[in-house]
Design a protein around this ligand. Structure first.
Ligand SMILES: NC(=O)c1ccc[n+]([C@@H]2O[C@H](COP(=O)([O-])OP(=O)(O)OC[C@H]3O[C@@H](n4cnc5c(N)ncnc54)[C@H](OP(=O)(O)O)[C@@H]3O)[C@@H](O)[C@H]2O)c1
Length: 225
């Protein structure tokens, strides 16, 4: 049984921060504090966290990374919509502390990526993607859509040419890849019904990360390790 991990959560008041708070106990974790615009220092917390989980927004990343480097605290980031320089800052932090970043923390999307490897050799099929999210989602296409596109290209050599983003209601997240041939078609879909799947993935990553040395890791590394 894993020991109880102490977590600090950046974005604690947000949708994902609240989910981490809700599922932490199921993963032998406890949330001991939050990092926010008004409280951005790990040193000010009464209990020192073992891991920081970041589900805030890209503009807060530099502050979160700085705190983690200062206190040598491992970082799990699920933030999406990063500019290249912001993502580079996370990758650089991995040279000094253990860092996991994934645009999608669910086990199901990792399985979807494996299924999409089967498109290798699917000549004559056009690949397109549709992603649907709640009306408040800021970035489009979603970080998961970009992850699926990039991994599909890497693993199958096939490129997803178009991504269609739909926004509305309270949809947690749907990603559908269509392989459209002249006389037949295939559909690969992942649908998240509850944000708890992402929060659980982040807690699982935190438990794994405290046993690793410095590095920049993916959720695939966590699940394979
Ligand atoms: N990797 C995954 O599996 C996954 C899954 C779902 C979502 N996400 C990503 O996780 C992030 C959060 O999503 P969400 O739906 O929870 O968003 P949200 O409900 O809008 O929450 C965002 C949080 O960030 C805080 N925040 C906003 N601007 C800030 C700033 N400038 N400085 C410090 N804190 C700031 C907010 O604090 P206030 O409440 O005080 O404004 C809030 O706590 C997004 O990037 C989203 O795309 C990732």
């Amino acid at each position: 049984m894993s020991r109880v991990l102490k977590l600090a959560v950046a974005g604690l008041s947000g949708r994902m921060g609240q989910e981490v708070q809700r599922v932490a106990k199921q993963h032998a974790c406890v949330v001991v504090g939050g990092l926010s615009r008004t409280q951005s220092s790990l040193a000010a917390m009464s209990e020192r966290p073992d891991v920081v989980i970041d589900f805030s927004l890209p503009e807060f990343t530099a502050q979160v990374v700085r705190e983690c480097l200062t206190h040598k605290t491992p970082l799990v980031s699920g933030v999406t919509g990063y500019a290249a320089t912001e993502l580079q800052a996370l990758q650089d932090a991995g040279k000094q502390i253990p860092v996991v970043w994934s645009a999608n923390m669910s086990v199901g999307v990792q399985i979807l990526l494996r299924a999409l490897e089967s498109l290798r050799g699917a000549e004559g099929f056009d690949l397109v993607m549709e992603e649907i999210h709640h009306a408040q989602k800021r970035d489009a296409p979603s970080g998961t859509a970009k992850l699926i596109r990039d991994e599909t290209e890497k693993r199958s050599g096939r490129r997803i040419e178009q991504i269609h983003s739909l926004r509305g209601g309270g949809v947690v997240g749907v990603h559908r890849v269509l392989a459209l041939g002249p006389n037949e078609s295939l559909s690969f879909e992942h649908a998240a019904q509850d944000r708890g799947v992402f929060a659980s993935g982040a807690c699982r990553a935190a438990q794994w990360l405290v046993k690793q040395g410095p590095g920049f890791y993916s959720l695939g590394d966590v699940l394979n390790g």
